[in-house]
Design a protein around this ligand. Structure first.
Ligand code: UFG
Length: 326
């Protein structure tokens, strides 16, 4: 198949590219390297421009006859979306519309979209969300992604066009073979921050809030290994091409860990007792987000292989050591 991967040099995009590259596909990676790394593009042809460059985008779609688009490009940091919402609506919503518009104009029938658990916010008592849980984002990031899901739904009803929106829970870890990992500069994600402390890149880290209604007072998330998430995308492609049916699916394991539990795991696996500082709540954080994980297993036959916090942490840690040695 002829595939376009936007954001293929980024963290999740590059892991999906790594899996798709093992199959017989003709792949084009569109990435302006604003947060991605050229070295993470292990397969395909790289084109380097921004989705905002509408003339070049149109030329790309007109020259290549894409069968499917994987749309990863976007901004993903919850607190950044609170302080810079315009950037999030622009990079996530407006740019997604441009990609969808190109699909309609050039007859691309399949799109796989990176959505997020952040769309649920605190809507569900207990925090275990299924795909029918109330959508109630607590931050512009979640809104920007949900707006794209709405656009996809409308367009799929009006045109010969189908999509799978994968609602990612907290993606972490690095490729099991350590070929690629999370290299995004200025990390903000919990496991990456903790691994940067463990490897000495960072002297200490903050813990945001200890007064949530959870057992130890810190937020709970469903951490999922990036290679398992990548496998879900490959299965989503098969589903979309064969079933031709649009769907939104949660992508998580169905269990949660608190911030304290994650930090303890990083300290235990690394053997380094780094410093943490307790501070107040971070704006935009949901208390507890855990995936009800049945639908994706039933529909796509997804069987995660790395559902262990220590595996997620140890691959993240090994990757951090590789980055530190460069
Ligand atoms: N946290 C800390 N200290 C840090 C970093 C994070 O205490 O230095 C806490 C946060 O407050 C939160 C938890 O760790 O309670 C997880 O925070 P992350 O920043 O790692 O991740 P988020 O849950 O904010 O968001 C991530 C992705 C989103 C995705 C979401 C789904 O960034 O793209 O998970 O739950 F949508």
């Amino acid at each position: 198949m002829k595939i376009l991967l936007t954001g293929g040099a980024g963290y999740i995009g590059s892991h999906v590219l790594n899996k798709l590259g093992e199959q017989e596909h003709d792949i084009v990676v569109l990435d302006n390297l604003s947060t991605g790394r050229k070295e993470s593009i292990l397969y395909g042809k790289h084109v380097n421009f921004s989705i905002e460059e509408s003339k070049r985008l149109k030329e790309l779609f007109s020259n290549e006859n894409f069968d499917v688009v994987f749309h990863f490009a976007g901004s993903i940091v919850v607190p950044e979306s609170v302080t810079n919402p315009v950037m999030y609506y622009s990079n996530n919503t407006v740019n997604s519309l441009s990609i969808i518009e190109m699909c309609v104009e050039f007859g691309v029938k399949n799109l796989i979209f990176s959505s997020t658990a952040a769309i649920y916010g605190d809507s569900t008592p207990g925090g275990v969300c299924d795909e029918n849980s109330i959508i109630s984002p607590l931050n512009p990031y979640g809104h920007s992604k949900y707006m794209t899901e709405l656009m996809l739904e409308s367009v799929s009803q009006a045109h010969d066009f189908n999509y799978v929106a994968l609602r990612y829970f907290n993606v972490a870890g690095a490729n099991i073979d350590l070929k690629i990992g999370q290299s995004t500069p200025n990390a903000t994600h919990l496991i990456k921050m903790a691994c940067e402390c463990a490897t000495g890149k960072r002297a200490s880290m903050q813990i945001f809030g200890n007064d949530y209604a959870t057992e130890d007072g810190t937020c709970i998330r469903d951490y999922i290994h990036v290679d398992d998430l990548a496998s879900a995308h490959v299965l989503a492609l098969d589903y979309l091409v064969n079933k031709k049916d649009s769907v939104s699916l949660n992508c998580g394991y169905g269990r949660g860990f608190s911030v304290f539990e994650v930090i303890d795991a990083v300290k235990r696996v690394s053997g380094v007792n780094f410093e943490t500082r307790q501070v107040g709540r971070r704006a935009g954080d949901a208390e507890k987000l855990i995936s009800k994980a049945d639908k994706i297993r039933e529909l796509l036959g997804w069987q995660p292989k790395h559902d262990e916090l220590d595996v997620i942490v140890s691959t993240a840690l090994e990757w951090e050591k590789i980055l530190a040695s460069k």
